[in-house]
Design a protein around this ligand. Structure first.
Ligand SMILES: *Cc1c(COP(=O)(O)O)cnc(C)c1O
Length: 429
């Protein structure tokens, strides 16, 4: 145990951690590009993008410099009754990447809060329209939307929040037709989901406020992918009943799935788009709930009661907005877009090489820069696997039996190739 680990052990309570049985945390001292370095200078390739937030690599000099300069000129100001350049600039920059209909931007600090905001806006929108009966939310089994109580309610069947179930508001949940390379049953699964949807819509169509979905891929539940055609057909049916559509792109946003946003591949423009994780390139917490002019106008009247009474102390923090501006401009570069394509190909090759090795894996799947597979070995322990990977200089964090690789866009094809060789030899061993 190092000195820092010892001090940590005495005072810190870590997230998503059973403190009694978990190994000591690695004390990370430095980040540079795709690597993290511990106190002894050991390097770890960050194949989890530090919980899916880091897209351009660690300590990116352009983002770091922007943060310093912004902090020297305006640190923070309340965002009710005040505005500032970095916030307006960021929304203008993002508007260039988004369809014209997604034109109103509401700030918050993290994925859970931007989801809460979409849910509350959808709920209040119907009340402002005098449609008080619309109070149910439609979700998918396995959907994960964050850890605050509203976000947990719509993620009730994610498997993460069971102890809190009595606190949740009402949802209707549809089986998720997850698919993978070589899946012969996908159509059958999709048909079943659409049938159950029809049943719910016929019975509750007028009582549902909104659908919330992680488009194309459920992250936390285990990188479970669905087909774009299915999502499009699903949303079409939902919209025929006047129901609003929330796309939670907290993980999928900013190039992660190969396009800037997953909704582009689904061919669906949602009424609400939730963005966070990659927004600042992984430097600072920031989130946006983007919506349409129709929703925005639904809150505009001469009465205070129809306004959206929601805000956070750090809403639209200028330093975070400045970091996001720098990150978005790096994302827009041709070199970054090329890197995303290179990673996609390296991921496909990597997963294929594991399958060829016969490394006892099932359900291989790749979407954009994300690759995943399930380990079949009965004795597989994600904790000891994670430990072996660390010894090999790889930072990953399997979700149960699901191993996934989700690198920053600074990662090279060679680095991924070597990582897959190491993963293969650990799984084969
Ligand atoms: C991580 C995540 C969230 C929650 O974001 P936090 O910043 O951790 O609160 C919400 N939705 C999705 C799809 C996520 O992956």
């Amino acid at each position: 145990m190092t000195k820092l680990q010892e001090r940590d052990k005495k005072i810190i309570w870590h997230p998503y951690t059973q403190e009694k049985t978990e190994n000591l945390p690695i004390a990370i001292k430095k980040g540079a590009g795709s690597y993290l370095y511990d106190e002894d200078g050991r390097a770890y390739l960050d194949l989890i993008s530090s919980w899916w937030v880091n897209i351009h690599g660690h300590a990116h000099p352009e983002i770091a410099k922007t943060i310093y300069e912004q902090a020297c000129s305006l640190d923070h100001v309340l965002f009710a009754g005040c505005t500032h350049e970095p916030a307006v600039q960021l929304c203008e920059n993002l508007a260039e990447l988004l369809p014209l209909n997604l034109s109103r931007f509401f700030f918050s600090d993290n994925g859970s809060t931007c989801v809460e905001i979409a849910l509350k806006m959808a709920y209040q929108y119907w009340r402002n329209q005098g449609q008080n009966e619309r109070s149910l939310f439609l979700t998918f089994d396995g959907g994960y939307h964050g850890d605050t109580v509203g976000a947990m309610s719509v993620g009730a069947n994610s498997g993460f929040h069971d102890v809190f179930r009595p606190l949740f508001f009402k949802i209707l949940s549809i089986p998720y037709p997850e698919t993978y390379i070589g899946d012969n049953e996908v159509e059958q699964k999709e048909r079943k989901s659409l049938e159950i949807l029809e049943k719910y819509l016929n019975e509750f169509g007028k009582k549902i406020a909104a659908l919330i979905v992680e488009p194309l891929i459920q992250g936390a539940r285990g990188m479970r992918m669905c087909r774009a055609e299915f999502l499009r057909a699903f949303v079409e049916k939902v919209r025929a009943h006047g129901i609003l559509v929330v796309f939670d792109e907290v993980m999928t946003g900013f190039g992660r799935t190969g396009s800037n946003f997953a909704f582009e591949q689904a061919g669906v423009i949602p009424d609400f788009l939730c963005l966070s994780k990659g927004l600042t390139g992984g430097f600072l917490p920031l989130a946006l709930t983007v919506t349409t002019e129709t929703i925005y106008k639904g809150f505009s009247s001469d009465r205070w009661e129809t306004a959206f009474a929601h805000g956070h102390s750090y809403t639209a923090n200028p330093i975070a907005c400045a970091a996001a501006n720098a990150s978005v401009s790096i994302l827009k570069r041709t070199s970054t877009q090329c890197a995303i394509g290179v990673i996609h190909n390296a991921q496909k090759a990597g997963v294929a090489s594991l399958c060829k090795l016969g490394a006892n894996i099932a359900h291989p799947r790749v979407l954009g820069t994300i690759a995943a597979f399930d380990v079949q070995e009965a004795s597989f322990s994600s904790k000891s696997f994670r430990y072996r990977l660390l010894q090999e200089g790889l930072l990953l964090r399997p979700l149960g039996r699901t191993v996934y690789v989700l690198p920053p866009y600074s990662t090279t094809a060679e680095e991924l190739h070597t990582a897959y060789e190491k993963i293969g030899s650990i799984l084969g061993a």
